[in-house]
Write a protein that binds this ligand. Structure first.
Ligand SMILES: Cc1cc2nc3c(=O)[nH]c(=O)nc-3n(C[C@H](O)[C@H](O)[C@H](O)COP(=O)(O)O)c2cc1C
Length: 378
C-alpha cells in the first residue's frame, strides 16, 4: 500500500480487484446521479482560509462521539454487502475501525451476522437498523443487537421506498441475480477476490439467514427483503423501537429542517444529516448544502453527525466547520476494503486522519472543538 496516497488511489485499486458488479454497486448512485455528484461538487466548492504563523505544534484530532472518546471525529457508515467486496468484509472493517479508535456501524444488510462480528472483534460496535414489515423479526433483531452489546442503534429513515440504481440493473445485481458470460469472465479474472469471498464465513445475508421461514440462499432472502420494506413506517414507530432498544439512538437520513425538528422530539441522541450517499432521492440537495440550516435549528438539542461525499480529511474539516460534530464515511472505506481488506480500510482511515491534521495546521487550529465557520473563506 506504499504508493497509495489518497482515497482515489484506493478506489482505482478496488475497481481493478473486485468484479464490476460489486464495484459499481459501491460506487454508483440512483437515477441520473445528480445528488451523488452534488455531494462532491458542493463539498469541493467550500474553500478554507489559509492562516499563517499560528503555533500549530499541538494539533490533536481526538474528540468524543456520543459521549465516548474517539481518536478523530469519524465513523464507518453502515454499508450493505461488505462481505462481497472482501471475504468477511464486515469483520475486517470493524477491526480496522477499532484499531484506529473510531466506531464501526454494521448494516442490517451485511454478509456477516451481528454474532459473527461480535465474536471476532474486541469492542462494541454500532448496529444499523432497517425496519421491515415483519415486526417480530425486527424486534428479535434489536434484541440480538442488545445481546451482542452493540453500543448504538442507527435507525435509517430514508429508505422506505428504494431509489433505483440503473447500473445495478445493467450489471444483473437483481433478484434473482443474473448470470452472463461477461460476468463469469469478469469473476474468472479476479481470482484473489473469488478465493477471499469463498473463504469467508458466509455468502448470503448473515443477519437474516436462519432467522426467517424462507430458504437461506441469497435469491430467496433478497426476494424476502424486497417484499419487506415498510412504506407505512412513520414517526410513531420510533416510540416502538425505543420501547425495545434501551441504548443510544441515532436517526440516519435527515435532510430537511422540518424533519430535523421532528427528530429532536423523539428522544434520539443524534441525527445523521445524509441523503444515503446519493443512492435514494435523486434531485435532493447535497448533505453539505443543508447541514448549516439543520445545525442552526437543532444543533443545541442533539448531536449532529454528517455523511455524503467525504473523500478526504479536508472534507471532514469542511463538514465540521459547517457545524457537524462528527462524520461518517461510506464509499471511502468500502474502496479500501475492496482494495486490500482490513489493511485497505486502515489505510483509508489513516489517509483521512493525516489529511485532517495537515488541514488543521494550515488553517491554524489545534483542536477539533476550535473548528467552526471562521476557517471558511466566505
Ligand atoms: C454500497 C453502499 C451500501 C450502503 N448500504 C447502506 C445500508 O445498508 N444502510 C444504510 O443506512 N446506509 C447504507 N449506505 C449509505 C451509507 O451509510 C452512507 O450514508 C453513504 O455511503 C455516505 O456517502 P459516501 O459514500 O459519499 O461517504 C450505503 C452506501 C453505499 C455506498
Amino acid at each position: 500500500m506504499k504508493h497509495i496516497t489518497c482515497i482515489d488511489d484506493l478506489r482505482a485499486l478496488h475497481q481493478r480487484r473486485v468484479p464490476k458488479a460489486f464495484f459499481d454497486y459501491c460506487d454508483r448512485g440512483s437515477y441520473a446521479e445528480e445528488t451523488l455528484r452534488a455531494n462532491r461538487e458542493d463539498m469541493q466548492a467550500i474553500k478554507f482560509r489559509q492562516r499563517i504563523l499560528v503555533d500549530v505544534s499541538k494539533r490533536d484530532t481526538s474528540t468524543t462521539i456520543l459521549g465516548e472518546p474517539a481518536t478523530m471525529p469519524l465513523m464507518l457508515a453502515p454499508v450493505g454487502l461488505l462481505g462481497m467486496q472482501h471475504g468477511d468484509g464486515e469483520i475486517h472493517a470493524c477491526r480496522a475501525a477499532q484499531a484506529a479508535g473510531i466506531p464501526f456501524t454494521q448494516s442490517t444488510m451485511s454478509i456477516c451476522s451481528i454474532e459473527d462480528i461480535a465474536a471476532n472483534v474486541e469492542k462494541p460496535f454500532w448496529f444499523q437498523l432497517y425496519v421491515m414489515k415483519d415486526r417480530g423479526f425486527i424486534k428479535a433483531l434489536i434484541e440480538r443487537a442488545i445481546a451482542a452489546k452493540c453500543s448504538a442503534l442507527v435507525l435509517t429513515v430514508d429508505l422506505q421506498v428504494i431509489g433505483q440504481r440503473h447500473q445495478d440493473i445493467k450489471n444483473g445485481m437483481t433478484v434473482p441475480p443474473e448470470w452472463s458470460l461477461s460476468k463469469l469472465i469478469d469473476f474468472a479474472t479476479k481470482p484473489a477476490w473469488v478465493s477471499g469471498v469463498l473463504q469467508g464465513k458466509r455468502r448470503t445475508f448473515g443477519n437474516l439467514a436462519g432467522h426467517l421461514k424462507v430458504s437461506d440462499d441469497i435469491t430467496s432472502l433478497s426476494t424476502w427483503i424486497n417484499s419487506q420494506f415498510d412504506t407505512s413506517l412513520n414517526w410513531n414507530d420510533i416510540d416502538w423501537i425505543r420501547s425495545i432498544w434501551p441504548g443510544k439512538l441515532v436517526l440516519k437520513g435527515i435532510l430537511d429542517v422540518e424533519d430535523a425538528e421532528l427528530a429532536a422530539k423523539t428522544g434520539a441522541q443524534a441525527i445523521v444529516v445524509s441523503n444515503h450517499g446519493g443512492r435514494q432521492l435523486d434531485g435532493a440537495p447535497s448533505s453539505i448544502e443543508v447541514l448549516p440550516e439543520i445545525v442552526d435549528t437543532v444543533g443545541d438539542k442533539m448531536e449532529i453527525m454528517f455523511d455524503g461525499g467525504i473523500r478526504s480529511g479536508q472534507d471532514v474539516m469542511r463538514a465540521l466547520a459547517l457545524g457537524a460534530k462528527s462524520c461518517m464515511i461510506g464509499r471511502a472505506y468500502a474502496y479500501g476494503l475492496g482494495a486490500g481488506g482490513q489493511a485497505g480500510v486502515a489505510k483509508a482511515i489513516d489517509i483521512i486522519q493525516k489529511e485532517l491534521l495537515t488541514t488543521m495546521g494550515l488553517c491554524g487550529v489545534n483542536r477539533i472543538d476550535e473548528i467552526d465557520d471562521h476557517i471558511i473563506a466566505m
